[in-house]
Design a protein around this ligand. Structure first.
Ligand SMILES: NC(=O)c1ccc[n+]([C@@H]2O[C@H](COP(=O)([O-])OP(=O)(O)OC[C@H]3O[C@@H](n4cnc5c(N)ncnc54)[C@H](OP(=O)(O)O)[C@@H]3O)[C@@H](O)[C@H]2O)c1
Length: 288
């Protein structure tokens, strides 16, 4: 694996980050990069510090490992194109890094006696330079042909990942979990900021309050290791009147946020240990 030759089809946020980590750690050798535009491939090669930019799949040399790290919707069709062009080394690995898709979307390469896999780093690569600097300890799920998953574990461990194997059939629910932990945390941050703005708090202070509260909650969760035991607030205490006031205030200002509040509260109620009566009373307010 250390000497493996590597191609990237789609070296964008994630591809560039992984590519640079491979180069920095002296793992394999990047041969070719094809992006949508040649200029972008050139820029990716410059960032990664190795490889040659090409303007089409037809020009890509054969490699031991081919990363297809384009947007998810393009992976399957680009993989078919790669097969039809035929520049695929026998027994080489073709992989993608999508969290939601199974490696089986690459099945077409089996006609060329290649192996398939998917490795998903659970991290936000919005800034590749930052991604490279802070990659160490990134959790990566791996699934695919058993002939190659151990090899890929070795490769991703070597760049600082914490790897583990998952079932390819469970990728969608696995990815939904990440959306809850990452994307919807942002949704909640926006709701928090909107409420503070409505309360007349300045943008600057509102942002600090939000980060402080969210960080405290995450730190407590990290220490206590249980959502049920970490929960505090009016729902946990069963403060029905306070909840009614929240809903009324939200209805007055932003109907969508009131809906979000109620939906989240309904999912939070089972985490409390309120009496059946109290729980039912709150449930009926939330469901109205
Ligand atoms: N970003 C993340 O935080 C993250 C995290 C985990 C997993 N992933 C996964 O990583 C994969 C890539 O995501 P990304 O965020 O890195 O996407 P991205 O930044 O949008 O990069 C996609 C790359 O694909 C290239 N591309 C587009 N169409 C192409 C085509 N027809 N032929 C060749 N290259 C083409 C683009 O080229 P141009 O530059 O020329 O447009 C770009 O370099 C996805 O499967 C995603 O699910 C991403």
């Amino acid at each position: 694996m250390m000497n493996a030759t590597i191609n990237f089809i789609g070296a964008g946020h994630l591809g560039k980050t992984i590519g640079k980590l491979l180069v920095q750690n002296n793992i394999g050798k990047i041969l070719g990069v094809v992006n949508r535009s040649y200029d972008s491939a050139k820029e990716a090669v410059l960032f990664m510090g190795q490889g040659t930019p090409f303007s089409s799949l037809e020009e890509l040399p054969e490699a031991d490992i081919t990363f297809i790290t384009t947007p998810d919707d393009l992976i399957e069709s680009l993989c078919s194109k790669l097969v039809s062009i035929g520049h695929l080394k026998e027994k080489s690995i073709v992989l993608h890094c999508s969290g939601a898709l199974s490696s089986t979307i690459l099945n077409v390469v089996k006609s060329k006696h290649c192996f398939i896999a998917s490795v998903h780093p659970a991290r936000n690569f919005a800034d590749p330079q930052f991604g490279v600097q802070h990659y160490h300890g990134t959790f990566c799920s791996i699934e695919g042909d058993p002939e190659v998953t151990e090899k890929l574990k070795y490769l991703f461990d070597a760049i600082g990942s914490i790897t583990y194997f998952i079932d390819g059939h469970k990728k969608a629910i696995y990815h939904a979990a990440g959306v809850f932990a990452s994307n919807y945390l942002i949704t909640l941050s926006k709701a928090n900021l909107d409420c503070l703005k409505e309360a007349g708090v300045s943008d600057e202070i509102a942002f600090e309050i939000m980060i402080s509260l969210m960080s405290d909650t995450l730190n407590n969760l990290k220490k206590i290791k249980s959502p049920e035991k970490t929960l505090t607030g009016p729902l946990k205490r069963g403060d029905l009147k306070t909840i009614e006031k929240h809903i009324a205030a939200l209805e007055d200002t932003n109907k969508m946020m009131s809906h979000l509040y109620k939906t989240l509260a309904l999912s939070t109620l089972p985490l409390t240990s309120l009496s059946k009566e109290k729980s039912e009373a709150i449930n009926s307010i939330l469901s109205s």
